[in-house]
Write a protein that binds this ligand. Structure first.
Ligand SMILES: *Cc1c(COP(=O)(O)O)cnc(C)c1O
Length: 393
C-alpha cells in the first residue's frame, strides 16, 4: 500500500482526506468553528495541561486545516508543517522561529520584497543584524559568516530577477557552522524541488501562488525537519496567523490539480521564453530552462522542472513606451501575485529595488506569469504590445 501511495501524482490525489471518517464524503468538509467541545472534564483538564492528543481550539487547528497541512507535510517530506494566512506570514513565522536578538542573518539581495521590508522594519527593531548578500555568491558565503550568524536565507530563483543560487556549497558551509538554512521555495513548488531532502532546515511557500492556483486566496506554508519541529509549532501558535477554513479548503482543492496545471503552464512558459529570445525588443531572457540563460547548468542540477514564471530584460525603452505596451494588453493583465490560471505581466526596474547586485539605472524588465490561455493568443498579445512600445520608444 505504501508503495502505491509513494508517487507524487498519486499523493496529490489521495493524501490529506479520509472519506470513511466523514460519512463517505470525498473531500474534507469545511469546519467553520472556534470552539471544539470536550466530552468531559478529564479531557478538558488534559487540554489545559497540553496533553490532549487532538485539536482543542480552532486556533490550534481544525480538521479542514490539518488535512491541508498534513498533505503538504507529506509532499515536503517534513517533520512538521504549518499553514499560515499568507506567504509573507510564512516567511515571518520561519524567521521568528530561527532568530533571536543579537543574531546575524544573511539574506539574498534578490529576496521577495515584502520579506526584505520585514527584515528591515521589524527584525532589526528586535535586535537582529541583517546583511544582504549577492545571490550568486555560492560557497563564498562562508566568508560572510560571523560568530553570531544564525540564519542563511535562500531563495532560488531570486524574486523578479531569477538568479539561480548554487545551493549545495551554501548548504554545506552553513551546516559546517551549525547555521540554520531557510529557503523560499515558492517558484519550484514541492514538485520541482524539495529543500528538506537536500539538507535545508526550513522550506517556505506562498501557497497564494501555484498551490492555490486560482488567484482567489492568500496562504502560506512552512515546513521543517525534526530538529526544528518543536520550535516551529511553538512560534506558529504564538504568532497565530491562522487561515480560515474556506481558504484551507480551496488551497487543498488547488493542490489536487497542481501537477497538471504546472506541467502545462511550464510547457507554455518555456515555449514563450524561446519565442521572446528571438524578439528584437528583448536583450535577455531569464528563464532557467533555456540553455543560454544564466544559471541554466545549476538549474538543471538542482530542480526537476521550471514553473511558469520568468522575466525578460528589454532594450532601452522610455517609461511612456512601457506604459503604451502594458496599459492596453488584452490577456496579460498587470498585478502582483502569480501562479494563477490567468497570465500576468509586471514591468519593473531592478536597479530601484536592489542594494548589492548591479543593474543598468533605467533598464526595464518584464516579469511574466504564464497561464492556461492559448499559446498563440498569448504571443499575439505580446507582439501587439511590443508594436505599441516601438511606436513610442
Ligand atoms: C508572493 C510571494 C511571497 C509572499 O506571499 P503572499 O502570499 O503574497 O504573502 C513570498 N515569496 C515569494 C517568492 C513570493 O512570490
Amino acid at each position: 500500500m505504501a508503495g502505491i501511495l509513494a508517487k507524487t501524482a498519486t499523493k496529490l490525489v489521495h493524501h490529506g482526506r479520509e472519506p470513511e471518517r466523514h460519512g463517505g464524503v470525498v473531500n474534507v468538509p469545511v469546519y467553520h468553528t472556534s470552539t471544539i467541545l470536550f466530552p468531559d472534564y478529564a479531557d478538558c483538564e488534559k487540554a489545559f495541561l497540553g496533553t490532549l492528543d487532538r485539536t482543542i481550539y480552532a486556533r490550534y487547528g481544525t480538521e479542514t486545516r490539518d488535512a491541508l497541512a498534513e498533505m503538504l507535510r507529506e509532499m515536503e517530506g517534513a517533520a512538521a508543517t504549518v499553514v499560515t494566512s499568507s506567504g509573507l506570514s510564512a516567511v515571518v513565522v520561519a524567521l521568528m522561529t530561527a532568530l533571536k536578538a543579537g543574531d546575524h542573518a544573511l539574506i539574498p539581495d534578490s529576496v521577495y520584497g515584502s520579506a526584505r521590508q520585514f527584515c528591515d522594519d521589524e527584525l532589526k527593531r528586535f535586535g537582529v543584524e541583517i546583511e544582504y548578500y549577492d545571490p550568486l555568491i555560492g560557497g563564498e558565503i562562508a566568508a560572510r559568516f560571523k560568530p553570531n550568524t544564525r540564519v542563511l536565507y535562500l531563495e532560488s530563483p531570486g524574486s523578479l530577477t531569477f538568479e539561480i543560487q548554487d545551493l549545495e556549497p551554501m548548504i554545506a558551509a552553513a551546516k559546517a557552522r551549525n547555521i540554520t538554512t531557510l529557503m523560499d521555495n515558492t517558484w519550484a513548488t514541492p514538485l520541482y524541488y524539495q529543500p528538506l531532502a537536500h539538507g535545508i532546515d526550513f522550506s517556505i511557500h506562498s501557497a497564494t501562488k501555484y498551490i492555490a492556483g486560482h488567484s482567489d486566496l492568500m496562504m502560506g506554508v512552512v515546513s521543517c525537519n525534526a530538529a526544528h519541529a518543536k520550535a516551529l509549532k511553538r512560534t506558529y501558535h504564538h504568532l497565530a496567523p491562522c487561515p480560515g477554513p474556506d481558504d484551507c479548503y480551496l488551497a487543498q482543492r488547488g493542490l489536487r490539480t497542481l501537477a497538471v496545471r504546472l506541467e502545462h503552464q511550464a510547457r507554455q512558459a518555456k515555449a514563450l521564453a524561446e519565442w521572446l529570445a528571438a524578439r528584437p525588443e528583448v536583450v535577455e531572457v531569464r528563464h532557467p530552462a533555456l540553455p543560454d540563460a544564466p544559471g541554466h547548468a545549476l538549474w538543471k542540477r538542482t530542480f526537476s522542472g521550471a514553473s511558469g514564471l520568468f522575466a525578460v530584460a528589454l532594450k532601452p525603452y522610455s517609461k511612456a513606451a512601457i506604459s503604451a505596451m502594458v496599459d492596453s494588453m488584452q490577456l496579460f493583465k498587470m498585478g502582483f501575485s502569480w501562479g494563477g490560471y490567468e497570465s500576468l505581466i509586471l514591468p519593473f526596474q531592478p536597479a530601484k529595488v536592489r542594494t548589492v547586485s548591479q543593474f543598468p539605472a533605467d533598464q526595464f524588465f518584464l516579469r511574466l506569469s504564464i497561464g492556461l490561455e492559448d499559446l498563440d493568443d498569448l504571443k499575439a498579445d505580446l507582439e501587439q504590445g511590443f508594436t505599441r512600445a516601438n511606436a513610442v520608444r
